[in-house]
Write a protein of this length. Structure first.
Length: 310
């Protein structure tokens, strides 16, 4: 029950959008913040699906005695959706970080003249290349262009004017990679279990994923805390969590992550103690739903003004 309450409270932020988060903070909402947040949410989800799928397929194929059948890949569709989202974000960058009102407002050539423009183009080309690789006979080759997208996103999140931008980019690189593997890997593992049915290998696969997910969670938590402290020093963090839009959405993300962690722990307990380890699929499915909300909150977080470093 407590987990359900946490999830409902945390879900209000991404569902209501940037306006409630900005209310009473004195911060102005930039034009198109809601649309940009939506595009970033789609981009993060499109990145997580193929990376998580590659991760889950690797786990399944190295499992002794596992059935050879694997669920149909969603990577090509996800990469294509990511290409469209990255194209939309690039059009925003091409109009001076404003939502274009018509195609005439978009200065495509100007993208090559700025750092943000080049990174936006790298993300567009990365998703396009990943989609082509995914549809080829060697879908594993999409890992390279997807890695380029992760690097571009990490660099974009930390402009050169920021305090120690390379440190911030490194933290974001690890955070985004681990989050993508976790959020994208679990749905594919569950789809694999459904295809395999009630076989011993299914419980072994879920257990193997759970062990790796524990490491991913530790890395996500550590990099997330470090990134937050860089933007909100310890002496001001409590105040900024309630008085800034960034802090409020970050608080919602923390609440949702607490819910995800509780569900992951529940699934792990069932794996180790239940008579039928596959009953762990129920909390794992709920975990997928909450992870989707975390992705939505993360997309909104990137569209909000960064708090002042007091």
């Amino acid at each position: 029950m407590a987990v359900l309450v946490l999830v409902v409270l945390g879900a209000l932020i991404p569902l209501l959008g940037p306006s409630p988060a900005l209310h009473g903070t004195g911060e102005a909402e930039a034009p198109g913040t809601g649309g940009i947040a939506l595009l970033r949410t789609v981009l993060f989800a499109a990145l997580a699906v193929p990376l998580g799928e590659l991760f889950a397929v690797r786990l399944a194929r190295t499992l002794p005695g596992a059935p050879p059948a694997l669920p149909r890949s969603w990577s090509t569709v996800a990469d294509s959706v990511g290409f469209v989202a990255a194209l939309g974000l690039a059009s925003v960058v091409a109009t001076g970080n404003l939502v274009p009102s018509s195609p005439a407002d978009i200065d495509v050539g100007g993208l090559y003249e700025t750092r943000d423009g080049k990174l936006a183009l790298l993300e567009v080309n990365g998703f396009l290349a990943a989609a082509l690789c995914s549809a080829s006979r060697r879908p594993v080759t999409q890992a390279l262009p997807l890695a380029a997208v992760v690097v571009a996103e990490a660099l974009r999140a930390h402009p050169t004017t920021e305090y120690s931008p390379l440190v911030g980019s490194g933290l974001t690189l690890v955070h985004l990679t681990c989050a993508s593997l976790w959020a994208g890997g679990l749905p594919h593992v569950l789809r694999t279990l459904r295809l395999w049915g009630h076989v011993e290998a299914g419980a072994a696969l879920l257990g193997r994923y759970a062990r790796v997910a524990l490491v991913l969670l530790a890395a996500i938590t550590a990099t997330g805390v470090c990134s937050s402290l860089r933007r909100m020093p310890p002496g001001t963090i409590l105040e900024q969590l309630t008085d800034t839009a960034y802090g409020r959405v970050l608080l919602a993300k923390l609440v949702l992550m607490a819910g995800v962690s509780a569900l992951a722990l529940w699934a792990r307990v069932r794996l180790s103690r239940a008579a039928d380890p596959l009953t762990a699929r129920s909390p794992a499915r709920a975990e997928v739903c909450v992870l989707a909300l975390v992705v939505a909150v993360s997309g909104l977080l990137t569209a909000l003004p960064v708090p002042i470093r007091w």
